[in-house]
Design a protein around this ligand. Structure first.
Ligand code: ATP
Ligand code: MG
Length: 661
């Protein structure tokens, strides 16, 4: 970032309404002083801080003795040793005992009029039944179960049933191909797959079971049984000695199953990262620390209070769905919203109608959705009552200030806390974010570390801590925190190599970041994406934000291509808002000027391509690696693109860059 850029940044104070209105609960942390004091204690005295938090937020069947143990150097991090607990007990039983009629899950189906409400009492019964089904099939503590399901309550039931008996679940996003599913099932040695006949999304049926069949066809696999939920009723092929109907099995099962006491460090789940950078890794999370991270961040970062309706729009196939649809909200006994549809079905008001209908208090989505909805125009969000909202969140990519402002003004009406939350599958829960009642925000900055997180910015070459303002380095974390991943499944050396060995003594995030003069953290995109032009280190996020700042631009992706003169040169791929009349020539000139003005002449793109779409992962992130290869004439070797949402985009872009083939 340049100083010119900094002067343009507006700091938003905590909205008055959150601190002063009698209609709202007092935030858990209501001043910067309080945040700072708590943060300081959390990193200086983690034993005291997290020992207390783990006792306050979780129920243990056997108390822990050792709060924190191990180190990054040795790769043996452990939390709450000797302690025993069960995640499903924490998420269900203890609330079902106290408030059995409280709604645990609001399921908004693909069709807006299809709403199901499930109480904690009902959830307990359903989870127990499914746990008994799994047991009857021989699934034991430590066995693996794959879950390949649409966004229906039974998916949550499946997750919690595994947790109840100590089976390790591995949820695979139900948009993945048969091949991707197969790779993940093989890698995790899953004995059982939970699935459905079909899924439904955006008014279309998705052949879920058929993809499972294809994944298992003609090959030796570890899978013994496939349990099939009837979602649409469309007839599906059947393997008699392998496939079982969900409804038939649960009907036979007893309605109570006692929760298996798990050691705090016993595995809870595996989750493959979303694959933006390369081959996906089976990230392993354990029980106590993970659950604490998920619950604590819902409490503090979303400022959760007892009667809130918490809505996270991610898919349960991503870590965001795990922590912020399932484990975080349910551990706190919240009502969580499970949304089966898309932001634009049946029209682009869907999110906003959802908020109005269920009186949602916390709403959490991704920049890709925010940019897409902003592109479609304000009329879709205007006139809808969004006054129930207190906190609106963003996760997954850097959010451009332009999109942040839109979210704040059009959705939050300037009266909500906007939390730009930075984290990863590997961190288990949010690690950098504002706190609603405490942190003044700057659009585009994830602001400050969460409790227990001690972030540093390292010089990528020397590995030394950089104490310079506004210089981009690599983001690393100085000490272990409870919800961090413990390993890559069956490959601890890959875990060490990827995260703990690159900068000894630190956890390496792989993301670039800088700190401004007020100490705010700016995530600058992946380290591999940082561009070096004639010795200037530039971040993709900065240049992209400058482009999105232009009134015609919907979304931008910037990469560094090879250049014999300057080392690297900048190529930008932009999509436009609808109904833009200007010629490409005119626009590329305008946009180049824009970047020169906001960042500086050295950051001006060498080429700007106007495209209809970007190559994105199925979680909606731009895959810059693909664009880089196209520009560098290496598109014959694109590597693993199985996680691309729409592979046909690639051919269109190749043609745009290299001309028709
Ligand atoms: P893979 O690791 O397989 O390449 P992935 O990194 O996209 O996939 P996730 O764990 O889902 O998989 O995403 C974490 C990454 O998303 C972070 O490392 C960061 O690059 C990006 N990210 C998440 N939240 C934010 C945010 N608020 N601001 C900027 N970047 C973010
Ligand atoms: Mg990653």
């Amino acid at each position: 970032m340049t100083s010119a850029d900094i002067d343009q940044i507006v700091t938003h104070p905590v909205p008055e309404r959150l601190l002063k209105s009698p209609d709202f609960p007092t935030p858990h942390v209501d001043s910067m002083e309080k945040y700072k004091a708590m943060w300081k204690e959390s990193v200086e005295k983690p034993k005291e801080f997290f020992g207390k938090l783990a006792t306050d937020l979780l129920s243990w069947s056997k108390p822990f003795q050792t709060v924190t143990h191990g180190s990054f150097e040795k790769g043996d991090v452990a939390w709450f040793l000797e302690g025993e607990l069960n995640a499903s007990y924490n998420c269900v039983d203890r609330h079902a005992l106290k408030t059995p009629d409280k709604i645990a899950i609001i399921h908004e189906g693909d069709e807006p009029d299809k709403v199901r409400r499930i109480t904690y009492g009902e959830l307990l019964r359903d989870v127990c039944r499914m746990a008994n089904v799994l047991k009857s099939l021989g699934v034991r503590k430590g066995d693996n179960v794959a879950i390949y399901m649409p966004m229906v309550p039974e998916a949550i039931v499946g997750i919690l049933a595994c947790a109840r008996i100590g089976a390790i679940h591995s949820v695979v996003f139900a948009g993945f191909s048969a091949e991707s599913l197969r790779d993940r099932v093989m890698d995790s040695s899953a004995r059982v797959i939970l699935t459905s006949d079909e899924g439904r999304r955006g008014g279309k049926n998705i052949a879920t079971k058929r993809i499972v069949d294809d994944a298992l066809r003609d090959r030796e696999t570890p899978v013994e049984h496939v349990i099939v939920l009837r979602r649409t009723g469309t007839p599906v092929p059947w393997e008699n000695d392998r496939d079982l109907w969900w409804h038939e099995e649960v009907a036979k099962a007893r309605t109570f199953c006692s929760p298996e006491p798990m050691n705090s460090e016993d595995p809870l789940f595996l989750l493959y990262t979303s694959g933006s950078t390369g081959a996906p890794k089976g990230i392993l999370h354990t029980t106590g620390g993970y659950l604490l991270g998920a619950a604590a961040t819902v409490k503090y970062i979303f400022d959760y209070h007892e009667n809130d309706i918490f809505a996270c729009m991610a898919d349960i196939g991503w870590v965001t769905g795990h922590s912020y649809i399932v484990y975080g909200p349910l551990t706190l006994g919240a009502t969580t919203v499970l949304f089966e549809s898309t932001p634009t079905y049946p029209n682009p008001s869907r999110f906003w109608n959802l908020i109005e209908k269920h009186k949602i208090t916390q709403f959490y989505t991704a920049p890709t959705a925010i940019r897409a909805l902003r592109r479609l125009g304000d009329e879709w969000v205007e006139g809808i009552d969004l006054s129930s909202l207190r906190v609106i969140g963003s996760v997954g990519e850097p959010i451009n200030p332009e999109a942040w402002d839109w979210y704040n003004e059009k959705v939050g009406k300037g009266k909500c806390a906007v939390v730009d939350t930075y984290w990863q599958t590997e961190t288990g829960s949010i690690i950098v974010s504002p706190l609603p009642g405490a942190t003044p925000t700057k659009p585009g900055s994830a602001t400050f570390p969460f409790f227990g997180i001690d972030p540093v910015i390292l010089d990528p070459t020397t590995g030394k801590v950089m104490d310079v303002v506004d210089e981009t380095g690599v983001l690393a974390i100085r000490q272990p925190w409870p919800s961090m991943a413990r390993s890559v499944y069956n490959n601890h050396s890959r875990f060490m190599e990827t995260y703990l060995s690159p900068y000894p003594g630190y956890y390496f995030t792989g993301d670039g970041a800088s700190r401004d003069k007020d100490g705010y953290i700016w995530i600058r995109g992946r380290v591999d994406d940082v561009i070096n032009v004639s010795g200037h280190r530039l971040s993709t996020a900065e240049i992209e934000s400058a482009l999105v700042h232009h009134e015609t631009v919907a979304e931008a992706a910037v990469i560094g291509g090879f250049d014999s003169l300057t080392g690297q040169c900048i190529h930008a791929f932009v999509t436009l808002k609808p109904h833009i009349e200007a010629t490409e020539d005119f626009l590329t000139k305008e946009l180049t000027l824009q970047v020169r003005k906001i960042i500086g002449p050295f950051a001006a793109p060498k080429r700007i391509y106007i495209v209809n779409d970007h190559p994105k992962t199925r979680s909606g992130k731009i895959m810059r690696r693909v664009l880089r290869k196209i520009v560098d004439n290496e598109h014959k070797q694109l590597g693993d693109i199985s996680t691309l949402a729409d592979p046909s985009v690639v051919a269109v872009i190749i043609e745009k860059v290299h001309g028709p083939v």
